[in-house]
Design a binder for this molecule. Sequence first.
Ligand SMILES: Cc1cc2nc3c(=O)[nH]c(=O)nc-3n(C[C@H](O)[C@H](O)[C@H](O)COP(=O)(O)OP(=O)(O)OC[C@H]3O[C@@H](n4cnc5c(N)ncnc54)[C@H](O)[C@@H]3O)c2cc1C
Length: 388
Amino acid sequence: MFIDKERQENIDMIRVGIRALCNDFPESYWRKKDDQMAYPEEFIQKLTEEGWLSVLIPEEYGGAGLDMLEAAIILEEINRSGGSAGAGHAQMYTMGALLRHGSNEQKQRFLPEIASGKLRLQAFGVTEPTAGSNTTSIETTAYRQGDKYIVNGQKIWISRSQQSDLMLLLARTTPKNEIKKKTDGFSIFLLDLNDQKDNIEIRSIDTMINHSTTEMFLENTEIPVENLIGEEGKGFKYILSGMNAERMLIAAESIGDGKYFIDRAIEYANERVVFNRPIGKNQGVQFPLATSYMEIEAAELMRDKAALKFEQGEKAGKEANMSKYLASEATWKAANAAMDTYGGYGLAKEYNIERKFREARLYKVAPVTNNLIITFIGQHVLGLPRSF
Ligand SMILES: Cc1cc2nc3c(=O)[nH]c(=O)nc-3n(C[C@H](O)[C@H](O)[C@H](O)COP(=O)(O)OP(=O)(O)OC[C@H]3O[C@@H](n4cnc5c(N)ncnc54)[C@H](O)[C@@H]3O)c2cc1C
C-alpha cells in the first residue's frame, strides 16, 4: 500500500481544511441538534458551499474529481471533531451508481446540480420491513406502463428522504416467479421526491440518535423511463459496487468516532485526579484505551487498503466489508472505554460522550449488520458452506 508524498500532503491539507470548518460547529451545536432531533442544515450548507460533498464527482461535472481515500478522510475528520458526517455522507456516494452506470445524458442532467448542491441526492431506498437483511427478497415493484414506471411498495429506515430532492430506489421490475437467479430482475431509479409528493407517504421514525430516518409508503408512484439507471434487471449488480463504497466510507466515520473517543478519554484520564493521581495512571483505565487505539489504527489500514483497491477498479468487496466490521467493532470498544474513563460524567449530556456513544453504535448495524459481514467472509472469502 503506497501513498505518494504529494497525495499525502493533499490528504493532510484536507484534514486541516475540515478541522477548520468543524471549528465553526462545536460540540454544543451537535448537542443542540441532537436534543431537538433537528437536521444540521447549517453544517451541510457549509460543507456543500465549500465543495466537500462533491469531491467524488469528476471535474467535468463540477466536482473536485478526488478519490475514495480523500472522501474517507473528510468523513473521518468530521466525526473526529465530535460531529456526525452521517447527515451528509450520502450526497457523496449515492451518485456513484449514476456515475458508473448512468447514460451520458443522465450524467449531464443530474451530476452538475448534485455537485453544486442544488439537487440533494441523499436518500437511498433499499431496506424493507419484511425483507430486512435479505435484500433480494424485497417486494417493492416498479412495472413499466408506457413511458413511466409505476412503483408500489414500502421502504423502511430510509434516511434523509425529507431532506432530499432525489432518492436512489431499488425495486423489482420482473416478478419473482419469472427470474432465474435471485439477484436478477431488480432495477435502480432516480426517484424525484418533490414531483411525487402526493404519491409517497413519509413518516419519521423516532430513534435513539439524530439521524433523520423514515418509513416510506409508495403508492402508484411514477418514475419517467429516462430515470432508470443502466439496464432494466441489472440493478442489484449496480448497487453492490455502490455498497462497497458506502461500507468503506462508513468505516471512515467509525474511525473518526474511534479517534474522538480516544482523544477525549486521554485528555480526561490525564486531568481527572482521584486517590491523589490521574486516573490514567491506573492500568484498568489505561489498557482499554491503548488496546482500542491499536485496533482503530489497524481498521484504518484496512480502510485505506479498501479505498486504494476500489480506486484502481479492483474488486474491493472483501476489504470494504472487513474495514466496516473492524472499524465499527474497534470503535464500539473505544466508546465503552471512553464511557468507563469518564465514570459518571460519561452519562452527562454536557460532556458529549453519551451522544457519540449512541451514534457510534449505529455502525455495528447499518448499512449492513456485522453478522452479515462475518457471513460474507465465511462463505465468499473462506469458501465455507452457505448457512442460509
Ligand atoms: C438509523 C438507521 C438508518 C438507516 N438508513 C438506511 C437507508 O438510508 N437506506 C436503507 O435502505 N436502509 C437503511 N437502514 C437499514 C439498515 O441497512 C438495516 O437496518 C440493516 O441492514 C439490518 O436490517 P434489519 O434492521 O431489518 O435487521 P434484520 O435483517 O431483521 O436482522 C436482525 C438481526 O438478525 C441478524 N441476522 C439476520 N439474519 C441472519 C443470518 N442469516 N445470520 C446471522 N445473523 C442474522 C442480523 O445480523 C441482526 O443482528 C438504516 C438503519 C438504521 C437503524
